[in-house]
Design a protein around this ligand. Structure first.
Ligand code: HEC
Length: 321
């Protein structure tokens, strides 16, 4: 029986430690997360990625439906006049759900909320499932003597509709990072990769750790569970080559001979950029010949179609600056 007694003592001590730490976490938090203001990173991320990228009833199979489109706008869509230095706008077409900051402006933070409501008219962006959607951008303004970035609803302030913007947007100016983040979540990239450099020497390798306010309105955050591969929070700053990304996703061994990363060639879909059916079996056979030394070069990687899932995943990678 003594053995059992010891077990009971251990269990109580364990319960006490767990209960104590939960009490501290819940009742004595060191920061009030709800009161943290959105950083510029959070504002841009919300607008580019949109509402929920994890499981949700509007997109239960995580196909990347109802996601916004980021456009590097070069001309004014109403007048056709060039815009000096370009302008980043976020297009929410009909059916695209608005991000948390538009639906619940209170989470934006003091100053950002007031400017976004009063000067940016974000409350005029009514339910995009019923209306023709809206176009947003980020601007700087002053509230009570301090400068803040805020969300400007260009559909209300300038009359630019999603259709106006899409008419002047060329494919190379467009990013589907929102759909791409859905792919990142669905494909389980976070199983190996983190989006969270730590406050250690990590800084030197993967770049600065994020600020707390960088995550306002983001769901899910996709921090990653446990790192088996490079952190990707700033991957677009160290590698911005679409060509490299394309080869690496089709088969990581093409560029990193000993990589343990799986192939994501199925994200190309059925057809390549020219509309030709992709012959995966033939590609594989030729690649095997290359591995066995019967070919000098590996077969060419098919270019992806502009509406393929891989296109959006590459857009998301390159958006991680
Ligand atoms: C089984 C673990 C694993 C999974 C799952 C995985 N990766 Fe990787 N990934 C790696 C490893 C290991 C490397 C480093 C070697 C290499 O470049 O292939 C890497 C490298 C990368 C790089 C280059 C990083 C750099 O620093 O330049 C990118 C980008 C990337 N992965 C994206 C993804 C995306 C997106 C997904 C999901 C579609 C994914 N990975 C899934 C293991 C994984």
């Amino acid at each position: 029986m003594t053995g059992f007694r010891q077990y009971k003592i251990g269990a109580r001590l364990f319960g006490l430690a767990l209960g104590g730490s939960m009490t501290i976490t819940l009742f004595f938090p060191s920061v009030n997360i709800a009161a943290v203001s959105s950083t510029d990173v959070a504002l841009a991320k919300q607008l580019a990625i949109g509402h929920e990228t994890g499981f949700n009833l509007e997109d239960p199979f995580l196909l990347g439906k109802n996601k916004p489109i980021s456009v590097a706008l070069k001309v004014d869509p109403k007048t056709g006049q060039p815009i000096d230095g370009g302008m980043m706008v976020y297009v929410y077409q009909q059916g695209t759900s608005y991000p948390a900051g538009i639906l619940h402006p209170r989470i934006l933070g003091e100053g950002i909320q007031q400017l976004s409501e009063q000067q940016g008219h974000i409350n005029d962006a009514t339910d995009a499932r019923k209306t023709a959607g809206a176009v947003f951008t980020l601007r700087k303004g002053t509230y009570q003597g301090r400068e803040f970035s805020y969300i400007d609803n260009l559909t209300a302030t300038k009359g630019w509709t999603p259709a106006d913007v899409m008419k002047v947007a060329k494919d190379e100016d467009v990013s589907h990072a929102g759909k791409g983040k859905t792919m990142f979540v669905r494909e389980g990239c976070w199983w190996c990769h983190t989006l969270l450099p730590e406050e250690t020497q990590d800084w030197q390798v993967f770049g600065a750790p994020p600020m707390m306010g960088d995550f306002n309105g983001e769901s899910p955050t996709a921090f990653g569970s446990d790192r088996k591969a490079p952190d990707l929070l700033h991957v677009g700053s160290r590698n911005s080559s679409r060509e490299w990304m394309m080869m690496h996703f089709f088969n990581p061994r093409l560029v990193q001979p000993h990589s343990i990363m799986p192939r994501f060639d199925y994200l190309w879909g059925e057809k390549d950029a020219a509309g030709q059916k992709i012959d995966f079996v033939k590609w594989r056979a030729e690649y095997d010949e290359y591995r066995e030394g019967k070919r000098v070069t590996p077969p060419d990687v098919p270019s992806f179609a502009s509406d393929s899932e891989i296109r959006s995943l590459v857009d998301f990678m390159l958006s991680l600056k």
